[in-house]
Design a protein around this ligand. Structure first.
Ligand code: TMP
Length: 297
């Protein structure tokens, strides 16, 4: 049988035979997609990572900034912060994306990295009012088509959880800046605590790093209960740790995991194909999600 007939939904969405779209088990994904489409918008929710998932990994041959990067490169931050944060990034980011180390091996390094960054940030006493300027001056950009995707999700009242190991205050400002922070969108991330003058003095709650996205705030809250009945999930991530973001969704569920592979492509391909249903290789757009949503409109 030809692939077109065998995988009708993948075919309808134009996801077959594209080099940058990798699918290990097309039969399973075709079935998952048709279940999600048949369920309609009332049964759907979206769970998305932020840095390098909602936001682009690069633009005009330049790496774009993550939430942390926005602060690391901001002229509003003291030079000692920028120097130290960049040294820490050079040391710990290669560990985060190391294709050989296990998550268990990586986790203590992540905890150490976030601890050091948080101590450093607290020393800087940055003010709440500087955040909007930092975002405006940065080169952060959402993937092409994100605004369109969010506007369709809002129009169909589909809840979107943005779950990030970045900096919540910066992330919220990025979403506001690009006009996608509507009332169907909830952000779970690391949020600053401020004193009465609006100076940052610490962090609220437990640290969220890339590999503990199953263990914190959102899973202890009633978020998933409140949106009960939405058991069809589109999960978007760029890190293997992102797969855990849907762990709180009640069973039985249908989670379509879409992974953006932006970096160390060859080394990580097999791992991504095993863990994400659809792997999008250096795709800086939301085209695949938009096609799926358009098919349901
Ligand atoms: P996210 O993908 O969950 O939004 O994760 C945040 C990213 O931020 C993750 O890839 C690690 C990165 N990061 C920095 O770029 N700089 C830092 O100082 C820290 C602590 C993390």
């Amino acid at each position: 049988m030809s692939e077109t007939k065998e995988f009708p939904t993948l075919n309808k969405l134009g996801l077959l035979d594209k080099k940058h779209i990798q699918i290990l088990d097309p039969g399973h994904v075709d079935h998952l997609l048709s279940t999600i489409i048949a369920g309609g918008f009332n049964k759907m929710q979206v769970i998305a990572d932020h840095d390098r998932t909602l936001s682009r990994a690069h633009y005009n041959n330049e790496k774009t900034e993550t939430c942390h990067g926005i602060m690391d490169n901001s002229p509003l931050m003291p030079p000692y912060y920028r120097e130290e944060a960049s040294k820490l990034l050079n040391k710990y980011y290669p560990i985060e994306v190391d294709p050989i180390m296990t998550e268990e091996e990586k986790t203590p390094h992540m905890v150490e990295w976030y601890g050091k960054i948080h101590t450093l940030l607290i020393k800087c006493g940055m003010s709440r009012t500087s955040i909007a300027t930092m975002v405006k001056q940065s080169n952060v950009r959402l993937r092409d088509g994100t605004e369109d995707l969010f506007s369709k999700l809002k129009s169909k009242s589909v809840p979107v959880l943005v779950f990030s190991a970045g900096m919540g205050d910066i992330l919220e400002e990025v979403l506001r800046h690009f006009n996608v922070y509507d009332d169907n969108v909830k952000v779970v991330s690391n949020f600053f605590e401020y004193d009465e003058q609006g100076n940052m003095i610490g962090f609220k709650g437990e640290i969220i790093h890339v590999f503990n996205k199953n263990e914190n705030a959102v899973h202890e809250s009633d978020y998933f209960k409140k949106i009960g009945g939405r058991n069809n999930v589109i999960l978007l991530g760029d890190s293997l740790g992102d797969i855990k973001m849907a762990h709180g969704v009640p069973q039985p569920n249908n989670v379509l995991k879409i992974g953006f592979l932006n970096d160390k492509i060859e080394e990580r391909m097999e791992m991504y194909k095993k863990n994400f249903d659809i792997v999008l290789v250096d795709d800086q757009t939301m085209e695949v999600c938009n096609r799926l949503i358009d098919l349901m409109m």
